[in-house]
Design a binder for this molecule. Structure first.
Ligand code: ADP
Ligand code: ZN
Length: 526
């Protein structure tokens, strides 16, 4: 805003060079900036580390007035404001952590037109008081950061985000830009609809993180497995994620006993201690932070070399976000997860026993299944992750465990044909449970009511156990031969590629159940 020159047009590239010290725009940054500078709305879906912040900061500097940035976390806000001030940009945050005097100072600077960027929480942005406060001012733009928070499909739903569509009606003519690193199409559609961004240009870029190597192992002796993984990293920092606070504490303590510098971090810890651990993580070179997912959002540590998961996240989005904290600097980084049947049971129970309405539980279950499909794929992990975000990848990335050490597979072409036929013949209207009943020839109310008992596919899959069919469907989902329509009660639908399987032009291989899952199935403890 300071650079706004009524006569001359400010050149975004000049700002990039002069203020940020970078020589060129990355990817589509320039296109986004031009759109917003010209007064248009934008939806920006770029992965972590792509450089989304510049996409609203530079237009705010080019246009007349202050740029208002809606940001969900006070810690995140504080970091960004600090970084901007260091660049000489006049930024401030308005939030509940300020003292009375500090808040007054920010308001005064705003009124005096002395701010380029003002960060606010969504709660505040939707109030009448805030609208009044900025009502008479020139506003360069509204930026809605972490825009996936508006969607229940996102991994971090914030009801306050739902009110942000008021910005469109209260301030017509002020460009709005929504940004997120979450890319699945449900979230995308929700952002556009809920934030009234139907007229916005949508910018997407590849979600591939080529410098991240993926590995998912079956859990067997988790601590020893973790230790082996960590032994690959000397003098570098990373994050170990656990589901519970107790496990965070135990794991950090155990790692310390093993001679690894490890500190715990979770929301139940004393605030001062937690901040100290976060600071240590940001500053030190050789530290393993053991954390719940409370840690990480908005943490901009570029040289996180590894991320380990000792528990399964709840969705691909969450897994992608959490692993995405590795390697923001573009250097080789590794992410690793140990998962077992217990995770699946635990996650399902968390959903079932959670207080969410049935509709949300259904969404959560199918999100979990999508992640399981990636855990179980015999194909390239990267390909499966990107497929989840609707992005094609040729596979064989040579940078994930399944590419590096191919898993044992079985020729499942015949099984796949039966499975796909069962989906097709029953009208692509049912979820796995019912379709497996049809394949297994289970006579029940539903198979009778729909007349499925009389179909040729009824009982065609009796040669394999129901458990194998479950794995078959999950893997078909992972390879993209079928999709699940979450909006239609989890109904499976065939993708065009399935035709090649029917015609036997394409063979399908499935991952074999690994020995230790067999052990678990026989009721032995490891
Ligand atoms: P995101 O919000 O998309 O995760 P950031 O905006 O935090 O990404 O940017 C990630 C890093 O890349 C930051 O350190 C930022 O300064 C840097 N960066 C952004 N754009 C450029 C560019 N054009 N050239 C060089 N570095 C850039
Ligand atoms: Zn791969």
């Amino acid at each position: 805003a300071r650079l706004f020159e009524p006569q001359g047009i400010v050149n975004p590239l000049d700002i990039l060079k002069r203020i940020y010290g970078y020589s060129a725009f990355r990817g589509q940054q320039q296109a986004v900036i031009e759109q917003v500078v010209a007064g248009g709305d934008a939806v920006v879906l770029f992965p972590t580390g792509a450089g989304k912040s510049l996409c609203f900061q530079i237009p705010a500097l080019c246009r007349k007035g202050v740029g208002i940035v809606v940001s969900p976390l006070i810690a995140l806000m504080r970091d960004q404001v600090e970084a901007l001030k260091q660049l000489g940009i006049r930024a401030a945050g308005l939030n509940s952590s300020l003292t009375r005097d500090e808040a007054i100072a920010v308001r005064r600077a705003l009124a005096a037109d002395e701010l380029d960027l003002l960060y606010v929480t969504p709660e505040r942005a939707v109030t009448d008081g805030f609208a009044e406060m900025i009502g008479d001012m020139d506003i360069a733009l509204f930026a809605i950061d972490e825009a996936h928070c508006v969607s229940q499909w996102g991994h971090d739903f914030r009801p306050e985000y739902r009110g942000l569509d008021c910005l469109a009606s209260r301030f017509p003519g002020v460009p709005r830009i929504a940004l997120t690193a979450t890319a699945d199409h449900h979230t995308r559609d929700d952002i556009i609809e809920r934030l009234a961004l139907g007229g916005a240009r949508v910018f997407t870029s590849s979600f591939d993180r080529p410098n991240i190597a993926y590995e998912i192992v079956e859990r067997d002796q988790p601590r020893q497995q973790l230790l082996r993984f960590l032994s690959r990293f000397k003098d570098s920092s990373g994050i170990v994620y656990c589901l519970s606070r107790a496990k965070v504490e135990d794991t950090a303590e155990w790692l310390s006993e093993q001679g690894i510098r490890a500190l715990p971090y979770h929301a139940g810890m004393d605030r001062a201690l937690r901040d100290r651990h976060q600071d240590a993580f940001l500053k030190e070179e050789n530290l393993c932070l053991v954390a719940t997912v409370a840690f990480g959002m908005g943490i901009d540590k570029p040289d996180v070399r590894f991320v380990a998961h000792l528990d399964l996240p709840g969705s691909v989005e969450a897994y992608y976000q959490e692993t995405g904290r590795a390697g923001r600097d573009g250097l080789p980084s590794e992410v690793w997860m140990a998962y077992g049947m217990a995770d699946v049971i635990q996650r399902r129970r968390m959903i079932d026993e959670g207080g969410a309405p049935d509709e949300i539980k259904r969404i959560e279950r199918s999100k979990l299944n999508s992640l399981l499909a990636i855990c179980e794929t015999a194909g390239c992990r990267r390909q499966a992750i990107l497929a989840h975000f609707g992005e094609a990848h040729s596979g064989r990335c040579s940078h994930c465990d399944t590419c590096l050490k191919p898993v044992e597979t079985w020729d499942g072409t015949e099984a796949a044909i039966k499975a796909l036929a069962a989906v097709y013949r029953t009208g692509e209207r049912f979820g796995t449970g019912h379709v497996i009943d049809v394949l297994m020839g289970t006579v029940n109310e539903k198979t009778e009511r729909f007349g499925h008992v009389d179909m040729p596919v009824f009982g065609a899959g009796k040669d394999l156990p129901a458990r194998t069919w479950q794995s078959v469907f999950r893997q078909l989902l992972a390879t993209g031969l079928i999709t699940v329509d979450h909006a239609a009660f989890g109904a499976m639908k065939l993708e065009p590629e399935a035709r090649a399987v029917f015609k036997r032009e394409r063979q399908v291989f499935f991952r074999k159940d690994r020995p230790s899952s067999g052990k678990a199935a026989r009721g032995q403890k490891s």
